[in-house]
Design a protein around this ligand. Structure first.
Ligand code: DC
Length: 220
């Protein structure tokens, strides 16, 4: 199942570690290309928030499975960006809470959670052309899209970026969890175009990606 099959729209995949700059880049890229911006991490965060709200321990996969089976998770598009509702509540204001930052990598390692998010993303691609950011978008969710980018930055720069956003985020711990989980770990897809953003502005990264997409003949 992939974005170049009939029934799927075009997908530009932007993967990379926490605080690599991929959100800013993906959002701006979507704006310039007139595509819908999807932050897949936000769906993992919304699920994590819901699990925490229900008072469930983030290691308790049986209870997590139970609560997710009865939850309604819906994604829709507003102002060219994907939004998420969990049981009709929009958790957008809570997605970057400290407790969500601390738990999201643990919750997102469960295969059933990954399956839910992967299905949501593929449903999205049935109705819209997308720029999707995440960890496994080019490698697992849309492996056949030709438009794959891996955005990276040095650990020092990524830490500085989070601090400048005023967030407490254990980047080293999340990196470890994201790179080492057994299901869909963060990998650089073989055919991804890699950009180190450590010393680049968002504008420069966006231009580089746009130039690459043009070379590849992307037509929207
Ligand atoms: O992009 P972010 O930092 O908001 O993502 C939050 C967490 O969600 C990240 O630590 C791992 C998980 N995630 C994932 O496993 N796969 C994705 N495609 C996106 C995010």
């Amino acid at each position: 199942m992939h974005s170049s099959q009939p029934g799927f729209h075009r997908v530009v995949a932007i993967d990379g570690p926490a605080a690599s700059g991929k959100s800013s880049v993906a959002r701006e890229l979507a704006r310039r290309l007139g595509l819908v911006y999807v932050n897949s991490g936000a769906i993992y965060r919304a699920i994590t928030w819901h699990v925490l709200e229900k008072g469930i321990h983030t290691e308790d996969i049986d209870r997590i499975a139970e609560v997710l089976e009865s939850a309604t998770i819906s994604c829709w598009v507003q102002d060219s960006e994907s939004r998420i509702l969990v049981d009709n509540f929009d958790p957008a204001d809570h997605l970057r809470d400290d407790r969500v930052n601390e738990s999201v990598s643990r919750v997102s390692r469960f295969p059933m959670v990954r399956e839910i998010v992967t299905q949501k993303l593929r449903e999205h691609a049935r109705s819209d052309n997308l720029v999707v950011e995440g960890r496994d978008i080019g490698s697992v969710v849309f492996p056949d899209t030709p438009y794959k980018f891996y955005v990276d930055a040095s650990p020092e720069v990524r830490l500085q970026r989070r601090a400048a956003q005023g967030e407490r985020d254990e980047i080293a711990l999340r990196d470890h969890a994201d790179f080492s989980r057994s299901v869909s770990p963060l990998v650089i897809a073989e055919d991804a175009y890699v950009i180190d953003t450590s010393h680049l502005t968002i504008e420069k990264v966006v231009r580089e990606i746009l130039a690459r997409l043009k070379e590849m003949g992307l037509r929207i």
